[in-house]
Design a protein. Structure first.
Lengths: 246, 259
């Protein structure tokens, strides 16, 4: 257990050493960013939209009891930006992207493709790990704000079914209660989630063994550990943000 | 069928790999027990042995993929275990490693597989020069028509050839072949054996060929040796190695050799 933690620590330290040293794999990072975004976009759009609709529909009766349905856009905006969008995006990415990274690197490991890269005088850690971790760290925050936007769109659709409202009016009401701290906290959280998902997927894949069984295990562990860590980080981030708010 | 143009007395040539007292263990299993070996310039040295005797471990140590427990491995005058990451990468440019399962990058086409080492190690090359290098190694392995195919679309023999082509693109001085004929039909095995000899002649490489295929050993080796219980027995010609009373060598010959 402690030895495994030490290996994880070494893996993270190696990432921070390699990330600043040339050569920089810019093309591969861009390719991975596209892959991460492309792999998750459809599912994130659908989930974000449905979450917007459902959350609005579920919140309306409670607010209506106090005659406060006008607060609905603000409530949805805050809930989406502070928690729902970062968490949903991270969980979907852990499932789609994390497992894919774990399986891809795992199969490369067991078929000696990583060794082949090393003996052809290429640093496989830099090419495979650094590029993928950077890609998830960059892309998941962008996807988070996209999810929040799509969620607001879903919410608007639900609101428009019951009340007469304009899209611009709805959006401005939604954003009214959002503070600079909310945006910063969500961005930092999404960056952390992205880094965690990429790191877990890469670590599991890069260190997989025992043939095809190991590949399956790497993909599975990438999702389970990734999601678990995302929840832990969410709890910690909420506590820290709360301290800043008070 | 014996190798044509077999090199006589390679010992008179310059040493490119020198291994002394090499030891390697995995847990309690002592795989290599004080191994000594020399590879001379432009020779093909075949290392025979049963599965699990440490043949692949040996070439993985030579290429720096594994670290030895003790002993020295000098490649082109440089002691592998003393090199830092950067110097090791520079040395690896001169070492080609053909993997048992080819280890082609699944997500890349044949062209991209071949260009991969080139793009990273010959940055100043123009596109025209890169195309020429890719085409000439594909020509060397007679697989020009596969340039835009994915590895999954290739046969086992074609994958082996492309794997060899990928190592040749950096024009290495040393080639390490890990079981080059494993899993191939007899006709394709003969083609691969021929290719190994062609590579030696065309690119003037010194090679270590790891195999348990005696036909491959006979057709490609200038010198042959056998790894038995973690140590090499005699190093010499095919006849010299197998003209022995050692039961372990005799049984290996009797059960494996197909003339």
């Amino acid at each position: 257990m402690f030895y495994e933690l030490y290996l994880v620590y070494q893996f993270i330290i190696k990432f921070f050493k390699e990330v600043f040293l040339p050569p920089y794999e810019g093309k591969e990072i861009m390719r991975q960013c596209y892959q991460v975004g492309y792999r998750s976009l459809a599912l994130i759009s659908l989930t974000g939209f449905i979450t917007g609709i459902v959350f609005t529909k579920q919140s309306r009766p409670s607010l209506a009891e106090f005659g406060a349905t006008s607060w609905l856009p603000s409530l949805v905006g805050i809930a989406l930006l502070r928690t729902l969008a970062p968490l949903l995006t991270a969980l979907i990415s852990a499932g789609k992207v994390g497992s894919s990274i774990g399986a891809e690197l795992g199969s490369m490991k067991v078929t000696e493709q990583i060794d082949a890269m090393e003996v052809s005088a290429t640093n496989p850690f830099k090419f495979l790990v650094v590029s993928r971790v950077l890609a998830t760290t960059i892309t998941i925050p962008i996807l988070t704000f996209y999810t929040a936007l799509v969620g607001l769109l879903g919410s608007f659709v639900n609101v428009a079914m019951f009340e007469e409202t304009s899209f611009s009016g709805f959006i401005s009401s939604s954003l009214e209660s959002i503070t600079f701290l909310d945006i910063i906290a969500s961005t930092i959280k999404a960056i952390l989630f992205g880094f965690t998902i990429g790191m877990v997927g890469c670590y599991q894949g890069f260190n997989s063994s025992k043939g095809t069984e190991g590949v399956g295990k790497a993909a599975n562990s990438s999702v389970v550990i990734g999601m678990f860590l995302v929840f832990i980080e969410e709890v910690l981030a909420t506590q820290i943000t709360f301290l800043f708010r008070t | 069928m014996q190798k044509n143009n077999r090199i006589e007395h390679p010992e008179e040539r310059e040493r490119v790999i020198t291994i002394r007292d090499l030891n390697k263990s995995f847990g309690d299993y002592h795989v290599l027990k004080g191994v000594n070996l020399d590879l001379y310039d432009r020779e093909n040295l075949v290392v025979l042995g049963k599965s699990g005797t440490g043949k692949s471990v040996l070439i993985k140590i030579i290429s720096g993929l594994l670290k030895q427990d003790s002993g020295t491995v000098e490649v082109l005058g440089k002691e592998i275990s003393l090199l830092n990451e950067r110097d090791l990468q520079e040395l690896r440019i001169h070492i080609g490693f053909s993997f048992q399962n080819s280890a082609l990058y699944d997500s890349m086409t044949v062209r991209e597989n071949l260009e991969f080492p080139l793009v990273r190690n010959r940055k100043k090359l123009t596109k025209k020069e890169k195309d020429y290098a890719v085409e000439s190694v594909l020509d060397a392995v007679s697989l020009g028509q596969t340039i835009n195919q994915m590895p999954s679309e290739l046969s086992g023999g074609q994958r082996k050839r492309i794997g060899i082509a990928r190592t040749l693109i950096l024009q290495p001085k040393i080639m390490l072949y890990d079981e080059p004929t494993a899993g191939l039909d007899p006709i394709t095995c003969l083609e691969i054996n021929g290719l190994i000899n062609e590579v030696q002649e065309r690119y003037h490489t010194s090679s270590i060929i790891i195999t348990h295929d005696l036909t491959c050993a006979k057709q490609t080796g200038d010198r042959i040796t056998m790894l038995l219980d973690g140590q090499f027995n005699k190093v010499g010609t095919f006849e010299e190695v197998f003209n022995t009373e050692d039961e372990r060598v005799k049984s290996f010959y009797e059960y494996n050799f197909i003339e």
